[in-house]
Design a protein around this ligand. Sequence first.
Ligand code: ATP
Length: 320
Amino acid sequence: VKTIGVLTSGGDAPGMNAAIRAVVRTAINKGLKVKGIMRGYAGLLQEEIVDMDSVSVADTINRGGTILYTARCEEFQTEEGQKMGAEICRKHGIDGVVVIGGDGSFRGAGKLSALGINTIGLPGTIDLDIACTDYTIGFDTAVNTAMEAIDKVRDTSTSHERCSIIEVMGRRAGYIALWCGIANGAEDILLPERYDGNEQYLINRIIENRKRGKKHHIIINAEGIGHSTSMARRIEAATGIETRATIIGHIQRGGTPTCKDRVYASIMGAKAAELLWEGKSNRIVAYRGGRFVDYDIQEALNMTKDISEEQFEISKLLVR
Ligand code: ATP
């Protein structure tokens, strides 16, 4: 491998820039050339490819988002699109690619590997929903942003003795909801993996808690369950307690990455460039059991993980 490309794909996540920077600088230190592929697989197919050097990534470690932009690309899901992608890589002398994204992006990376372009995936998603890894780039920043926002809602919720439903991100996975639930001491946490839609249970708990003198009732709801506003309306009607919904939304995707996201993304980015330099392909860099490791892409995509039952139980035990 002499020249590598790097791209970000799927949803953006804070810390992606730290990963890009580490890929670029590690590769250059190893004597490789680096090209930036803009806008994920869409940019690859449009040949939006730029030369990168150490200076291209200066002043980026502290910045949220991704300097390479990101996109979704349906064309790359077809065999034709994938072949064209591999051809374009060859045309630009790119014989290795680092793909920073989620499971969908890794499926694309697996296809590129099969077509002879050495490809390494890095887990970049705020949702933490990649089975092979205990850490994903962006989760720590997103969950801290959500936690701070929930603290603020809690203050005003207590002052007005309201019930608050606060919706955090996580379409399929409730990791942000669960972590915030514990960190913010929420009365209830609704996880896409667990919630059975039993609103009467919530209503009974709110009424009971109010009788016991509680000044607020915070429900953290995950995006995958959604409908926070209509849920608030129904709960208010049933309990007679003023209930408001707050949807935190996209501020969870942005902002300056936390220390953990910068450091872990840097380590993962460096590891990805090293793997390519060693001639490896079709691997995903992961963090598991306290170590940075790498897995075969197909093996990683076949893994499953579930929200921690232990953490969910603890979250319930810690609210009075
Ligand atoms: P996130 O879920 O965090 O947004 P993701 O990487 O899972 O990240 P997707 O939208 O699923 O996001 O995938 C990103 C892109 O990866 C797709 O737009 C497509 O270009 C490519 N991709 C997804 N699935 C495949 C596949 N089966 N084969 C080839 N390419 C794929």
